[in-house]
Write a protein that binds this ligand. Sequence first.
Ligand SMILES: NC(=O)c1ccc[n+]([C@@H]2O[C@H](COP(=O)([O-])OP(=O)(O)OC[C@H]3O[C@@H](n4cnc5c(N)ncnc54)[C@H](OP(=O)(O)O)[C@@H]3O)[C@@H](O)[C@H]2O)c1
Length: 238
Amino acid sequence: MKIVITGATSGIGRQLAMDYHAEGHEVYALGRNEQALEELRSHGLSTGKVDLTDKEATLVWFSTLESVDLAILNAGTCEYVDLPQFDSSLIQRVMRSNVESMAISIEAVLPLLRKSATGHLAAVGSSAAYVPLPRAEAYGASKAAIAYMINTLRIDLHQENITVSLICPGFVKTPLTDLNDFPMPFRISVEQASNYIRNGLSKKRAEVHFPKRFTVLLKLLALLPSPLWTKIGSKMVK
Ligand SMILES: NC(=O)c1ccc[n+]([C@@H]2O[C@H](COP(=O)([O-])OP(=O)(O)OC[C@H]3O[C@@H](n4cnc5c(N)ncnc54)[C@H](OP(=O)(O)O)[C@@H]3O)[C@@H](O)[C@H]2O)c1
C-alpha cells in the first residue's frame, strides 16, 4: 500500500510510520521537525516537510503524489484551559492545529484516495471527545469537531467506496502526554497504540478505540445524567 501519515515525526504517528515501513509498505511520513524527518529518511522512509495549517503548501506537497491507498491524518496538538482565564486565542490555536489542518489535509488527500481502488481515510480524534473532561474546552471541542467531520464524511463517501475510520485513543505515552500534570489511567505505549491502530484499520473498522478498558468506561460515563457527571468531573479538577 502507498500510505501517507501526518504527524509522523513524533509519538503515535512516528511509530505507525516505522511499523508500516517494516511491513513493506511505501510510507510517506509528514511533519515539520527537519531532524526527525532526516532520522526517518535514514530508515528508508519517504518524508515531506509541511506545516498542515498552511493550505497552499499542503496542497502543493500532496499534488506531487499520484495516488494514496491509506491516509492517516494524525497531526495534532493539545493545550488546556486554565480558569479563571478563558483565553480565546488558545481555543483558536488548538482549532487551527487540529481541525483546520485536518480539513486542509482532507482536501489535499481526497483526490489521491479516489485514484486508489481501496482508498482509506483514517483520522485521529480522541476518546476525550466522548465526555466533557476538565480543562479540555479547546482540545475536547477540537476532537469532537473532528469526530463529527469524519463520521459525516463516512456517509458522504459511502457511494464512492472510500473507507473512513475514526481513531480514538485513550492515553498513550508520547511527548504530548509527557507534558500532562495529572494521572493518566491505563496509559499505553506507542508500540501498543500502533498495534491497535494497524489491526483496526486492516479490518476497516469505522471506529478504532483503545484501550477498551478505558474507552468503554468513558462511553458508559457519557450516559450519566449531566448533573451527576458535572459533580464527578468537578472533583477531577486539580
Ligand atoms: N498521546 C495521547 O495520549 C493521545 C490520545 C488521544 C489522541 N491523541 C492524538 O494523537 C495525535 C498524535 O499525538 P501524539 O501524542 O503522538 O503527539 P506528538 O508526539 O506531540 O506528535 C504530534 C505530531 O503532530 C505534528 N504536528 C502538529 N502540528 C502540526 C502542523 N501544524 N503541521 C504538521 N505537523 C504537525 C508534529 O510534527 P512536528 O513535531 O514535526 O512539528 C508531530 O509529528 C494527535 O492528534 C493527538 O491529539 C493522542
